[in-house]
Design a protein around this ligand. Structure first.
Ligand code: CP
Ligand code: NVA
Length: 323
C-alpha cells in the first residue's frame, strides 16, 4: 500500500503544486522543505534576506480561529515580499454563499495562492481541485501538515537528525497526530501513539505511514498505555483532547482521555534527555501539566517559532522563487 501511495518522484518540481498533506511530498521533498526552513531561519533579519515572492498576492481564508498559523503565514508573506489578503469565513460565506469551485475560480483570477484553514478536508480538496493556483492546507479536521513540518524542524534542531528518533504521541489520533505520523514515517522516525479505544488515527493513514516507514527505517505503533508509548522516547508530544469543531463531544472526550495526561510521572518513562512538544494552544491541567509544559524539557515555543520558518519554505516551494 505504501509503495502504491508514493506518488511524487523526487525530481518533480514543487512549484505550482498544492500543499494539502505531507502524503503528497516525497521524503526528499520533505527534507528539502526542512533545509529551506533552516535557511530562512538563519537568514532572518539579515541585510540581504531575499524576497522571492515580490509582487505576488496570497489569500488567507480562515474558517476557524488561529494564532500561530495565521501570524506565521502573514509574516512569512510579508518578509518574502508578498501581499496577504485576509478572509474570514463570514466574509466569504464559505459553504453557503456560492459553490466552493466558484470561490476557487475567482481567487485564481486575482491572487497567486490560497492558504486555507477549514473543517472537512474534502472541502479543501474541492477548492484545490478547482483552483489553478496552489492551495496550502492551514489545518483541516484530518491534517495539519504545516505544523508537522515545524515539529520535524524542531526535533532536527534538538537532535541533529531525525532518522532513528523515538517519538511518542499521547492522546487523540487527530489532525496533528495524523500529519506528525506521516512526517515521522517519511523521515525514518519510530512513531508510537497511545490513545484510548475509539480515538486511534484513521486506519488508512496508519497503513500509509507504515508503508513509508518500511522504506525509511522508521516504524509506527499504536498502543493503549501512555507509559508504553513513552518508554525510552526521545520526544513526547500531546495535543488537545477536544479539537476545534468538536465542542459537542467535550464531556465524552474529557472522560475518555482522563488517563492520558502528560505529567512529570509519565515523562520519567522517557529518555533522560527527552523533549516535550505541543502544537498549542494547550490546556494546563488537562492534556499536560504546567510542570511539564513550562519545565526544562519543553520546546513548545521553538515549535511555534518554527511555524514562521517552515511557512516560508512552503510558500517558496509552491509559489516559486528562492534557490
Ligand atoms: N498550532 C496551531 O496551528 O496554532 P493556531 O491554531 O493558533 O494556528
Ligand atoms: N487538534 C487541534 C489543533 C489546533 C492547532 C484542533 O484541530 O483544534
Amino acid at each position: 500500500m505504501g509503495m502504491a501511495l508514493r506518488v511524487a518522484p523526487a525530481t518533480r518540481t514543487t512549484v505550482g503544486r498544492d500543499f494539502l498533506t505531507l502524503g503528497d511530498y516525497t521524503a526528499d521533498e520533505v527534507l528539502r522543505l526542512l533545509d529551506r526552513a533552516a535557511y530562512w531561519k538563519a537568514a532572518r533579519g539579515g541585510a540581504a534576506a531575499p524576497q522571492p515572492l515580490s509582487g505576488k498576492s496570497v489569500a488567507l481564508l480562515f474558517l476557524k480561529p488561529s494564532l500561530r498559523t495565521r501570524v506565521s503565514f502573514d509574516v512569512a508573506l510579508h518578509e518574502l515580499g508578498a501581499h496577504p489578503v485576509h478572509l474570514a469565513g463570514g466574509d466569504v460565506g464559505f459553504g453557503h454563499r456560492e459553490p466552493t469551485p466558484d470561490i476557487a475560480h475567482v481567487l485564481s483570477r486575482m491572487v497567486h495562492g490560497i492558504i486555507v484553514r477549514g473543517h472537512r478536508h474534502e472541502d479543501i480538496e474541492e477548492l484545490a481541485a478547482a483552483a489553478s493556483i496552489p492551495v496550502i492546507n492551514a489545518l483541516t479536521a484530518r491534517y495539519h501538515p504545516h505544523q508537522a513540518l515545524a515539529d520535524l524542524l524542531t526535533l532536527r534542531e534538538r537532535f541533529g537528525h531525525l532518522a532513528g528518533l523515538r517519538l511518542a504521541f499521547v492522546g487523540d489520533g487527530n489532525n496533528v497526530a495524523h500529519s506528525l505520523m506521516l512526517g515521522a514515517a517519511r523521515t525514518g522516525i519510530h512513531f508510537r501513539i497511545a490513545c484510548p479505544e475509539g480515538y486511534a488515527p484513521e486506519a488508512a493513514l496508519v497503513a500509509q505511514a507504515e508503508g513509508w516507514a518500511a522504506d525509511t527505517g522508521g516504524s509506527v505503533r499504536i498502543v493503549r498505555e501512555p507509559a508504553e508509548a513513552v518508554e525510552a522516547a526521545d520526544a513526547v508530544y500531546t495535543d488537545v483532547w477536544v479539537s476545534m469543531g468538536q465542542d459537542g463531544e467535550t464531556e465524552a472526550r474529557t472522560a475518555a482521555f482522563r488517563g492520558y495526561v502528560v505529567d512529570e510521572a509519565l515523562m520519567r518513562h522517557a529518555a533522560p534527555h527527552a523533549v516535550f512538544l505541543h502544537d498549542l494552544p494547550a490546556h494546563r491541567g488537562l492534556e499536560v501539566t504546567a510542570g511539564v509544559i513550562d519545565g526544562p524539557a519543553s520546546v513548545v515555543f521553538d515549535q511555534a517559532e518554527n511555524r514562521l520558518h517552515t511557512a516560508k519554505a512552503i510558500l517558496e516551494a509552491v509559489l516559486g522563487g528562492g534557490a
